[in-house]
Ligand binder design. Structure first.
Ligand SMILES: [Fe+2]
Ligand SMILES: [Fe+2]
Length: 363
């Protein structure tokens, strides 16, 4: 059942696919982006300083523990899309499209690195990671097809704007997104394991094995960063890490708070869920990041809420349009910047990096 990226089931209406693909193609501050980087610099990485850990990780990826996982089995219960509450349906489809785009964004970046590289270590790693992300995106797209929509992944590759990041920014951002992906999937999985009456769609049953792929991908980026200690120890880079932590965490807050019906159906309090995901991600990130955001600081949640209000105001202003809308958008943008500065300047916790970077998923 697992489709290749770009496959479109014939029964889908062209309009439904076009609309969903347009959703995924849109570039906003909050939508998942596609990235490109200096692939030659990435190709020059020498992993010999982390060789034993590297070889173990690659061997594990090569063994492909999730080879047969992303297929619908009898555990895939029938979904009553027609009977789903319309508001929930809109948010859930939005969640699936955004997850599919994020998964596919990883696939595109990793595949490109594999295609352009000459370094056998790097090519092998990126080949396995692209394989996993293609499966993840394809599986979500399968779920979308049942709702009569799908993302045209082939089209997306060509139409979506690519954001250029220097390799070190790719490491910080991608490492974080892989570890956050793990923390998000496992937190939902464990919550639904304890509260199965809230499992309104079968895809959540697949999250446990799924998140282990994301965990391994994060491990790979931790090892890549470990090959160049400057990346995580120089003063400037620590400020960059702090920047990425703040940006990624606050984006997640705003995105999740835009889906109240979805979290309601899951029986999840969004504030609790996001804090829980930050807590797990921060605990894992101690393997490679010497700084950690203080998510229990009195300014943390108020700052995130301020950021959320600013984004809602920006959205409304965009709908209003005209000069009035433009002025309101500028004002809301300034509020978002102020909220970001307030979050960024919360004193961070620091730690010394462990000698061995590797970790196992324990949640
Ligand atoms: Fe993935
Ligand atoms: Fe991943």
């Amino acid at each position: 059942m697992n489709a290749r990226p770009g496959d479109i089931a014939p029964e889908l209406s062209a309009q439904a696919v076009a609309d969903t693909t347009a959703m995924a193609t849109e570039t906003t501050l909050l939508n998942p982006r596609f990235y490109t980087t200096d692939f030659d610099e990435l190709d020059r990485i020498d992993v010999s300083s982390v060789r034993p850990e590297w070889d173990r990780l690659i061997a594990q990826m090569k063994s492909d523990p999730n080879k047969g996982h992303f297929k619908k089995t009898d555990a895939w219960d029938k979904v009553d899309w027609a009977g789903m509450d319309p508001a929930l349906k809109v948010e859930f489809i939005d969640f699936l499209v955004s997850s599919c785009t994020a998964e596919f964004s990883g696939c595109v970046l990793y595949k490109e690195m594999k295609r352009r590289g000459n370094n056998p270590d790097i090519c092998e790693l990126f080949n396995y990671m692209a394989r996993d992300e293609a499966r993840h995106a394809g599986f979500i797209n399968d779920a979308l097809r049942e709702a009569g929509v799908a993302v045209n992944l082939g089209f997306l590759t060509k139409a979506k704007k690519y954001t250029y990041f220097r390799p070190k920014f790719i490491y910080y951002a991608t490492y974080l997104s892989e570890k956050i992906g793990y923390a998000r999937y496992i937190t939902i999985y464990r919550h639904l394991e304890a509260n199965p009456e809230h499992r309104f769609h079968p895809i959540f049953k697949w999250f446990r094995e799924w998140c282990n792929d994301e965990f391994s991908h994060g491990e790979a980026f931790a090892l890549l960063m470990k090959t160049d200690p400057k990346l995580t120890t120089s003063t400037v880079n620590k400020l960059w890490i702090r920047f990425f932590l703040t940006a990624v965490y606050s984006t997640m807050w705003v995105r999740d708070h835009a889906r109240p019906e979805f979290h309601n159906a899951l029986g999840v309090d969004i504030d609790w869920y996001d804090q829980e995901v930050y807590r797990k991600t921060s605990a894992i990130a101690r393997q490679i990041f010497p700084v950690e955001l203080d998510i229990d600081h009195p300014r943390w949640i108020p700052g995130l809420n301020r950021m959320n209000r600013a984004f809602i105001a920006m959205d409304e202003a965009k709908r209003v349009g005209g000069i009035g809308g433009w002025a309101r958008r500028m004002a809301a943008g300034a509020q978002a910047v102020a909220a970001f500065v307030s979050l960024y300047t919360i004193p961070v916790k620091t730690s010394t990096l462990p000698d061995s970077v590797r970790m196992e998923p324990v949640y």
